[in-house]
Design a protein around this ligand. Sequence first.
Ligand SMILES: NC(=O)c1ccc[n+]([C@@H]2O[C@H](COP(=O)([O-])OP(=O)(O)OC[C@H]3O[C@@H](n4cnc5c(N)ncnc54)[C@H](O)[C@@H]3O)[C@@H](O)[C@H]2O)c1
Length: 401
Amino acid sequence: MIQTFNSTAENRVCSSDFKTANNLRFGIGTFNELPRALKELDAKKVVIISDKGLEKAGLVNKTIELCRSLPIKVSSFTNFVGEPTFELLEEVYSTLKNQAYDTVVGIGGGSALDLAKTAAALLDKDRIHHYLNGEQTIQSRTTSLILIPTTSGTGSEVTFNAIFGDEEQGVKRGLISSAFLPDLAIIDPSLTISCPKRVTAASGVDAFTHAIESYIALRATPLTQMYAEKAMKIFPLSIKRAVHCGSDIEARSNMSWVSVLAGISLANAGVGAVHALAYPLGGRYHIEHGVANALLMPYVFAITGRSCTKELVEVASFLKLGDYTNNPHKAHTEVVNYLYNLLKELNLPTSLKELGVEETALPEMAKQVMAIDRLLSNTPYTLQEQEVLEIYQNAYNGVLK
Ligand SMILES: NC(=O)c1ccc[n+]([C@@H]2O[C@H](COP(=O)([O-])OP(=O)(O)OC[C@H]3O[C@@H](n4cnc5c(N)ncnc54)[C@H](O)[C@@H]3O)[C@@H](O)[C@H]2O)c1
């Protein structure tokens, strides 16, 4: 089925805001400027939020040392592994509440940053359940917030959403608030050098998912597309080098740019069907967010890409796959094949079967996806439940159709 969406980003949106972090400090070595940043924010009592992996990599201790160069009180919460859940968020909240922290420093991948930004925004609040169940939006934050990404990545340091697993429902849910945008994001590519190969690959392709999905999104504007385009142009120059030669600082630096540029676009234009199909994989099977997005992307685009051939001609050109101005259908095929082959080149899984997903669960997952209207309604293709199931089935078998 071919669907045509004739509107372009220039005329799609009547009203659009554009928000990002208050300040972005990018560069090799900028991590060492943390004490200056804390002084600028007049920090007196700081809590560092991170995870066990970052602790093991020595990055939490380095953060503590930097803080201790100032006459301030410092503690840390790092007692978790994996992607955060609402249960963990409540634990962090009750551990840190009433301790009079004036500043939260989040350091890590999207997991630690999502936890840190949400905790920072909740610390001045009582009775938080109506925020967690989505009944009420968090309007403000009085605790200062610095976010330092160590993957590239989710772009969480520039987005106003935070994603948590809901163990009861077996799904992942996002909270949205401008209060999640930090006072300062410190993006130091050298911090990503220790990032493991699989995380580098998965989070790098995740950043590309943000770029391509937000580029074609129905909420895209010329401003968001500018960021997404740049991210997609840098991506092919560096992703393989960053994965296969992790100490290549130029590749790491480029991937940090991809992550932040794509994150800015994602935050303001939103993402779409790839993310919608990835949510049940995270919720039910705890498959890492980046792996789920990377794996699903070619299978989803094989179907949804039929409606945005003009944009895919542009994407093919950003990726230097060729000029398909006169053959948009070929552009579609080329982009989908590029994304599929990339999985193999980066040693990422190509089928849901490999990840232990049960074939019998696919229809139920397709039903769950149909309820994620926020993402499906931003996709320039109206997916039917039968098509979602078809995508899952193809991804399960690892066969592009
Ligand atoms: N808020 C947003 O806008 C947004 C966007 C996309 C994804 N997310 C969320 O982000 C999470 C995924 O984040 P992620 O892909 O960055 O991975 P992650 O934060 O889950 O980290 C994965 C693993 O890599 C380790 N690690 C990270 N950086 C390292 C480094 N430099 N050295 C050594 N180890 C390192 C971590 O300790 C962890 O064990 C998911 O929960 C996802 O839903 C949020």
